[in-house]
Design a protein around this ligand. Structure first.
Ligand code: AMP
Length: 470
C-alpha cells in the first residue's frame, strides 16, 4: 500500500538501557494496545517492522518520546515510531452508536428545516414522513433551500423515483452520496441526530475498525438469532465473524461490540475488530473457538471422555471470566453453557455479550431464558452480579450433567413457582458433594446471600487442589 507508507527519517540510536521505567504522563503505559496506521519497514536491527492493521503491544518507553518498545502478535520485540500507530481504546458510548446517525425519526418538516440551517449544499437528514405514515422523507439542503423528497415504501423496498429501489435507508443514502441521480445535489454531509455518534467513526477513532478487504469469509459455522456466524481469515488468522445484515437488530450488536472493546480476559471470547459497511452490514470479528459451544461439547463427548478434572477446569475458566466482569462492574445477564465456547486448546470462554450492560440497568424480561435467570431478575428485572451468580449455579449443573437441559421433567411453567418456593435441582450423577454445595449456594433466594465470583473461584481452586492431592 504505497499510498499509506510514510517514509520516516530518523536517527535514533536506542539501546535497551534507553528503556525508561518511570513513565511520563503523556506516554502510553506498558500493555497499551496499538493498531498500525501505516506500514513500517524499519531501518535498524532494533526496529520492529509492521504492516498497516497489525496489532502491537507497548512494552516500554524510551527517552525519546517518539519511539516505543513494542511486541507484535507473534512475540517479536523491537522499536516502533509512535506516530505510525494508534492507541486502541474501549468504546464507551455504546448506547449512542448508530449506523444511521442522520436518521432523526419522527420530526416535522419545519424541524428538519431548522436542523439544516444554516444552508450548506449537500447537508442532509432523513425522517419519518408525517403526511404518509410508513414512508420516509429525505431532506437535502441545496442552494439556500431545503428540498424534501418522499421515499415510498413498497413491497419491502424503498424508492424516491420508482426507478431505483433499495432494501433499506442506508443503501439509499449510499447511492445518492455517490451520485445526485436526479436529486438537486448529491448527499455530501450528514446532519447527525443529537446524542448519536456514527458507529463507523467511533470504531475508527478507537482503533477497532477493520478493513473489509483484509477479511475473507470462508463458511457458515453457526446460525445466531440475527445473522450467520462464519469462519473467516483475517490476514492469515482464522477468525469467527458474526455477520449482521442491517436492520433494527444491528443496533443491538453495536452495543455488544462496544462492550467487547472494553473487556479483555483469557476466558472471554476476544473481540478482534469491527467492520461497518456503508451499505449497512455489520461484521463483528472475534477469536475463533474451534470446539464450538460448551453445551454441544459436553453432550457430544459425555461422561466416558470427560473426566472430573476437565469439568472442574471448565467451571474455573468460566468463574475466572465472571470474577473479572464482577470486578469491572459488568453484568452478563445471559450466562449459560450455550454461551460459553471452547477453544482448540480446551479453554472455556464466555461469549455473547448481547445483553451485557454496565451494572444496575434494567431490561425487558419477556425474552429471558427462564431456567437460567434468577427469581429477582425475572420478577423485578433486578439484574446484578448476584443474578449472574445464580445463572452460574445453573451452568455448573449443566457442566456436571454433561449438557442436560436444567430442571428435567419439570414443565417449564412450573419451574418459576417451584424455584420461588425454594426448590433446587438435585445433584447431577457423580457430581462431587463440594461442587453441588457451591451450586446450592448460588441458588440462594436472597441475592445478598449468594457468594461472590471471587469466593466461588477460591473454593473451586481449593476443590481442585484437593482432587489433585496438592
Ligand atoms: P451466537 O449467535 O453467538 O450464539 O453463535 C451461534 C453459534 O455460532 C454458536 O453456538 C457457535 O457454534 C458458533 N460460534 C459463535 N461464535 C463463535 C466463535 N467465536 N468461534 C467458533 N464458533 C462460534
Amino acid at each position: 500500500m504505497p499510498a499509506h507508507t510514510l517514509t520516516l527519517s530518523h536517527t535514533h540510536t536506542h539501546t535497551h538501557s534507553d528503556i525508561n521505567s518511570s513513565l511520563s504522563e503523556a506516554s502510553w503505559p506498558s500493555g497499551t494496545e496499538c493498531v498500525a496506521k501505516y506500514n513500517f519497514q524499519g531501518s535498524t536491527e532494533q526496529d520492529l517492522p509492521f504492516c498497516k492493521g497489525d496489532l502491537l503491544t507497548i512494552i516500554g518507553v524510551t527517552k525519546d518520546p517518539n519511539w516505543y518498545k513494542a511486541k507484535n502478535s507473534v512475540g517479536r520485540e523491537g522499536m516502533i515510531p509512535a506516530n505510525y500507530v494508534q492507541k486502541r481504546e474501549g468504546v464507551k458510548s455504546g448506547g449512542k452508536l448508530s449506523l444511521m446517525p442522520w436518521f432523526h425519526g419522527k420530526i416535522t418538516r419545519e424541524q428538519a428545516e431548522r436542523l439544516l440551517y444554516p444552508p450548506e449544499t449537500g447537508l442532509f437528514l432523513a425522517r419519518e414522513s408525517t403526511n404518509y405514515p410508513g414512508d420516509y422523507t429525505l431532506c437535502v439542503s441545496c442552494d439556500g433551500k431545503v428540498e424534501h423528497y418522499r421515499i415510498i415504501y413498497h413491497d419491502g423496498k424503498l424508492s424516491i423515483d420508482e426507478e431505483e429501489y433499495f432494501d433499506n435507508l442506508m443503501q439509499l443514502v449510499e447511492h445518492y452520496t455517490k451520485d445526485a441521480d436526479g436529486l438537486c445535489t448529491r448527499l455530501i454531509k450528514p446532519k447527525l441526530m443529537e446524542g448519536t455518534v456514527a458507529a463507523q467513526d467511533e470504531f475508527s477513532r478507537s482503533g477497532w475498525a477493520m478493513n473489509r478487504k483484509d477479511l475473507k469469509l470462508i463458511q457458515t459455522i453457526g446460525k445466531g438469532e440475527f445473522g450467520d456466524v462464519m469462519v473467516g481469515d483475517y490476514r492469515g488468522t482464522k477468525v469467527a465473524v458474526k455477520c449482521i445484515k442491517h436492520d433494527a437488530t444491528a443496533q443491538a450488536f453495536l452495543a455488544e461490540a462496544s462492550v467487547m472493546t472494553q473487556l479483555r480476559h483469557t476466558n472471554l471470547v476476544q473481540l478482534l475488530g469491527v467492520i461497518v459497511e456503508e451499505r449497512g452490514s455489520l461484521f463483528i470479528v472475534t477469536e475463533y473457538m474451534a470446539k464450538g459451544s460448551l453445551v454441544d461439547y459436553l453432550r457430544s463427548r459425555g461422561r466416558t471422555v470427560l473426566g472430573g478434572e476437565c469439568l472442574l477446569k471448565f467451571s474455573l475458566d468460566v468463574c475466572e471470566a465472571m470474577e473479572y466482569l464482577e470486578a469491572n462492574n459488568f453484568v452478563h445477564r445471559d450466562l449459560a453453557a450455550r454461551n460459553v465456547l471452547v477453544s482448540d486448546d480446551n479453554i472455556a470462554k464466555v461469549s455473547d455479550f448481547g445483553l451485557t450492560k454496565e451494572a444496575s440497568s434494567t431490561q425487558d424480561t419477556a425474552k429471558l431464558p427462564v431456567k437460567w435467570t434468577s427469581p429477582e431478575a425475572l420478577r423485578e428485572k433486578k439484574f446484578s452480579t448476584k443474578s449472574d451468580v445464580w445463572s452460574y449455579g445453573v451452568l455448573l449443573w449443566e457442566i456436571y450433567s454433561f449438557g442436560r437441559v436444567p430442571y428435567p421433567r419439570i414443565p417449564l411453567k412450573e419451574v418459576v413457582p417451584r424455584v420461588e418456593k425454594g426448590y433446587k435441582m438435585e445433584a447431577p450423577d457423580g457430581c462431587p458433594a463440594a461442587v453441588y454445595d457451591l451450586m446450592k449456594q448460588c441458588w440462594t433466594l436472597d441475592p445478598a446471600g449468594r457468594p461472590s465470583f471471587r469466593l466461588l473461584r477460591e473454593k473451586l481452586q481449593h476443590i481442585r487442589a484437593k482432587e489433585l492431592h496438592l
